[in-house]
Write a protein that binds this ligand. Structure first.
Ligand SMILES: [Zn+2]
Length: 125
């Protein structure tokens, strides 16, 4: 498969994805606010586990406890988002390879980018 063909396959899959939901669903056990509840006992007997939707929004973590039905409904949407991100990453990687291999930029420009990203301190430049 050529790069052009692979790109067409990826774009077709993205088109067919449907709704995409960021974040993840994790099972969490929690403590409540009630004094004397078994969740504060020694040893503690926590509430749950409950399915919880966690996502980043504006740089902070947002969590929402879900019913089993809700969790079941959201899981495919989150899986679709994962797939979308993987496909976008593949598109990006293909383009990076093309840009480098076809010498659309000078080789030393790639090194400059790496340095700017803060992986290595800029020394002797
Ligand atoms: Zn409790």
């Amino acid at each position: 498969m050529t790069g052009k063909q692979r790109r067409a396959v990826i774009l077709a899959e993205i088109k067919a994805l449907g709704p995409v939901l960021p974040g993840s669903i994790v099972e969490r056990s929690t403590r409540c606010q009630r004094a004397g509840c078994h969740c504060h006992a020694d040893p503690p007997h926590l509430h749950g586990p409950y399915a919880t939707w966690m996502r980043q929004e504006g740089g902070r973590q947002v969590t929402k406890t879900l019913s089993d039905d809700e969790a079941q409904r959201l899981r495919p949407l989150i899986a679709a988002d994962r797939r979308l991100r993987a496909l976008v990453a593949e598109l990006e990687a293909m383009t990076v390879t093309e840009v480098v291999n076809h010498q659309l930029i000078a080789p030393q420009a790639v090194g400059t980018q790496t340095t700017k990203a803060g992986k290595r301190p800029t020394k002797g430049r």
